[in-house]
Structure formats: C-alpha cells, structure tokens
Write a protein that binds this ligand. Structure first.
Ligand SMILES: NC(=O)c1ccc[n+]([C@@H]2O[C@H](COP(=O)([O-])OP(=O)(O)OC[C@H]3O[C@@H](n4cnc5c(N)ncnc54)[C@H](O)[C@@H]3O)[C@@H](O)[C@H]2O)c1
Length: 253
C-alpha cells in the first residue's frame, strides 16, 4: 500500500516503537492518529507530526470505539493500524511470599493481547467498508509481539503468554480478513532502546545490547518503523510473524 494520504492509527504512538512508527507514517504522507494512555505525550507527538492525538486505554471497549470514531471523523476510516501499545511486566509464578497475584497476569494479558484484538476488530470493520485500492487491498494491520513469545525468560510468564497470543492471532486473522483485502502482519522485536527499556539500570541495558550477535547493540525505534513501512508497502507479505532482533535468543534469565 502506498501510505500517502491514507488514514493511519498507531496505538502506543506516544512513545518508543509506536512513536517512531507514527513519525515515519506521517513523513510518508499518512494522516496519523496517535492513541495512547498518556494524553499529554500523545498530543505532543501528534502536534509535531500534524496528526491527531487521543488519550485512550485500549483495554476499554467503549472508550476505544469512541477514539476510533473520533479518528474516523477527522481522517476517514483508517486503512492502516499499527498496534504498539503494551506493557512489559515481570513476576515469578511463585516467590518467597507465595503464589504470584492473579490480577498482575490478567492485566498484562488484557493490555497486550485483548487490547491488540480490541483495536484490530474495530479497525478491521472500518477497513472492510472501504473501496479496494490497487491489488484489491483495503487495509494493513501490524501487531507487535516480542521474541519473549518464543523464548520467554524466568519471570515472563504473563508477558510471554500475552505476546505469544499476539503472534498466534496473526494467521487466523489474516486468513479471515483476506476476503476483504486486509493484511495482518506481526513483528516480534528483540531488544530495543525505548522508554520501556530505559526503566532498566544502564549496565543491564548495555549487557542486554551486547548479547545481540549483530549488531551488538539495542535496536533503534527507527529500525522497527522502517520494517513497518516495508511491510505496509509490500502487498505480498501477509499472515507472517517477523523477528527483528539482530539474531538474539533470550537466555533463561
Ligand atoms: N522495547 C523493546 O525492547 C521491546 C521488545 C519487544 C517487544 N516490545 C513491544 O513493543 C511495544 C512498544 O514498546 P516500547 O518499547 O515502544 O514501549 P514504550 O513504553 O516506550 O511504549 C508503549 C506505549 O504504550 C502505551 N500504553 C500502555 N498501555 C496502554 C493502554 N492500556 N492503552 C493505550 N496505550 C497504552 C504507553 O503509554 C506507552 O506510550 C510493546 O507492545 C512492547 O511490549 C518492545
């Protein structure tokens, strides 16, 4: 799809991988709506790229419906959805004090997996109503998993479960939406330098970066955005989960 002039929605667009993607889409001429829990940051990024910024919790069905309606009224139904909203959580199954609290697990799955499905179902409906473009394409959906979906570390049961769910829904969603000309793709990033990662001590960040075989550093958000743009532009790519990780494989801890 040529993204020029097309309406796009980026969740988690106020920070990190989503922000870089929102900027890349806007630079290529897309009309971008940034959806994020962080209202001020969403407005700031949107203001800088000439887009629309909306505060919304993607786990809230009616609030997300309202945000997508606002985006539709401003830019028309979105042909592009990039889901980057997510949280990195850590908790062992059991620790010294007893079993892990259940609500932590449920919350991680609610944001990373149910939230992704929530925006996908709403945007896919909008896309199905649009006129087809060249090749019969109506829409492009990109969801963000993680390499932790495949080799989760100790303490990552919730995160890995949520991200493997995101990876797993790629094919059934792509198969179902194929008849509408809507593609569904997924990126599983390795270790990227974003505010999510900046929460870790500098020596841990450096150590994580040096574990990547090549290049021996953390990924740059712009490198994630560049892959999203390539995927958007290549209509033959569909139903696939692509690792973007410099060849790294996570160790048990
Ligand atoms: N940074 C990495 O190394 C890395 C690696 C693998 C996967 N990922 C995934 O990439 C995605 C983007 O991560 P990032 O590194 O850019 O993190 P980030 O923290 O910089 O950005 C995530 C954004 O999502 C927003 N968000 C969180 N919960 C939300 C909710 N309920 N509703 C709306 N917005 C919400 C946050 O406010 C934040 O702006 C996440 O899904 C993350 O799990 C990141």
């Amino acid at each position: 799809m040529d993204v020029q002039g097309k309406a796009a929605i980026v969740t988690g667009g106020a920070s990190g991988l989503g922000e870089a993607t929102a900027r890349a889409l806007a630079k290529a001429g897309a009309k971008v709506t940034v959806i994020d829990l962080k209202a001020e940051a969403a407005l700031k990024v949107a203001g800088e790229i000439g887009g629309l910024g909306l505060a919304c919790d993607i786990t809230d069905g009616p609030a997300t419906e309202a945000a997508i309606k606002t985006a539709r009224e401003k830019h028309g139904p979105a042909r592009i959805l990039v889901n980057c909203a997510g949280v990195a959580t850590g908790a062992r199954v059991i620790n010294r004090d007893g079993p892990a609290p259940l609500d932590g697990f449920a919350r991680t799955v609610a944001i990373n997996l149910v939230g992704t499905f929530n925006t996908m179902r709403l945007c896919a409906w909008d896309m199905s109503t649009l006129e087809p473009l060249a090749d019969g394409e109506r829409g492009f959906i990109l969801n963000t998993s993680s390499i932790a979906a495949f080799e989760g570390q100790i303490g990552q049961c919730a995160y890995s479960s949520s991200k493997s769910g995101v990876a797993a829904l790629t094919l059934p969603a792509a198969r179902e939406l194929a008849k509408f000309g809507v593609r569904v793709l997924c990126i599983a990033p390795g270790l990227f330098a974003t505010p999510m990662m900046f929460g870790l001590p500098p020596e841990v960040q450096e150590s994580l970066g040096s574990k990547t075989p090549f290049p021996q550093r953390l990924g740059r958000p712009e490198e994630f955005a560049a892959l999203v743009m390539t995927m958007a532009g290549n209509v033959m790519l569909n139903g696939e989960v692509v690792r973007l990780d410099g060849g790294v494989r996570l160790e048990p801890k």
